[in-house]
Design a protein around this ligand. Structure first.
Ligand SMILES: N[C@@H](CCC(=O)N[C@@H](CS)C(=O)NCC(=O)O)C(=O)O
Length: 226
C-alpha cells in the first residue's frame, strides 16, 4: 500500500503545493487525486477521501494515519523516510529547517492574505501595505540568516522541507512585484527553475478556467519564468 494524497487547484492552492512537494521533491511515491475549490466537487471529493476531511492537502498513510495538515505530512514523511533528505542531517541545519517550516506555517498572515498564490499570472501596480512590507522584512531576515549560515544554494544547504514550505511565498514575491533584495531574488529564481515546481505549475495551467476568487483588480503581466 502506498500514500494517498488529495490536493486542489494546482494554480492556487499553496498548501496543496507544499503537501505535494513533500513527496515529489524527495522521490517518495504517492497516488495523487486532485479536486477543485469553490464548487460542489470540493465537498464531494473531500467526503469521498475521509469523513473528517475539511481542507487540502490530505494524506492517508500506509500505516492508517490520516494527515490533515501540511505540517503533519512533512513531519510524518521526514520520520518515515530519514534517508530521503527532507531534513538536513546536520543537527544545527536541521533545527533551523524545523524553525523555518514552523514559522512559515504559522506566520506571514498579511502577505498571504493580500497576495494569494496564483501560478497563472503576474500582476502590475500592487501596492504593499505596511503589514505586507513587515512580512517581507521578516522573510528577508530569515532567508539571509539561513543562506549565510548554511552556504546555500537552498535555505539549509541542500533542498529541504524549509524550501518546500517557502516555495509558494517565493512565487508571490515575483508575481506581485514585491520589493526584495538581490539575494532573496536569486533564491526565488531557484524555486522558479526547480523541476518539480515547473511540473506542478504546468499541470495547473491545464486544470480549467481561472478561479474568480483569485482575480485581482490589477493589470496582468506574464508569469515570471525566472
Ligand atoms: N493548516 C492547513 C491549511 C490548509 C488549507 O487552508 N487549505 C486550503 C487550500 S490552500 C483549503 O482547503 N481551503 C478550503 C477551505 O478552507 O474550505 C495546512 O497546513 O494544510
Amino acid at each position: 500500500m502506498t500514500y494517498e494524497l488529495l490536493i486542489a487547484d494546482k494554480s492556487y492552492s499553496s498548501w496543496s503545493l507544499r503537501g505535494w512537494l513533500c513527496f515529489a521533491a524527495f522521490g517518495i511515491p504517492v497516488n495523487v487525486t486532485s479536486t477543485r475549490m469553490y464548487c460542489d466537487d470540493f465537498a464531494r471529493d473531500l467526503a469521498a477521501f475521509s469523513d473528517t476531511a475539511r481542507t487540502v492537502p490530505l494524506v492517508k498513510a500506509p500505516d492508517g494515519a490520516l494527515l490533515t495538515d501540511s505540517l503533519a505530512i512533512a513531519w510524518a514523511l521526514a520520520e518515515a523516510f530519514p534517508d530521503k533528505g527532507l531534513l538536513p542531517a546536520d543537527p544545527g541545519a536541521r533545527g533551523d529547517a524545523l524553525s523555518l517550516v514552523a514559522e512559515m506555517h504559522s506566520g506571514f498572515s498579511a502577505l498571504r492574505a493580500a497576495c494569494p498564490m496564483n501560478l497563472r499570472t503576474g500582476w502590475t501596480g500592487f501596492e504593499p501595505s505596511a503589514a505586507v512590507l513587515a512580512d517581507i522584512g521578516r522573510v528577508e531576515a530569515l532567508w539571509a540568516r539561513a543562506l549565510g549560515a548554511h552556504g546555500g544554494p537552498w535555505l539549509c544547504g541542500a533542498y529541504s522541507l524549509a524550501d518546500v514550505f517557502f516555495a509558494p511565498l517565493a512565487t508571490r514575491l515575483v508575481t506581485y512585484g514585491l520589493p526584495v533584495s538581490e539575494r532573496a531574488r536569486a533564491y526565488v529564481s531557484r524555486h522558479l527553475a526547480h523541476p518539480r515546481l515547473v511540473e506542478w505549475r504546468k499541470a495547473g495551467l491545464d486544470e480549467g478556467p481561472d478561479q474568480p476568487a483569485y482575480e485581482m483588480d490589477l493589470p496582468r503581466r506574464e508569469f515570471p519564468q525566472s
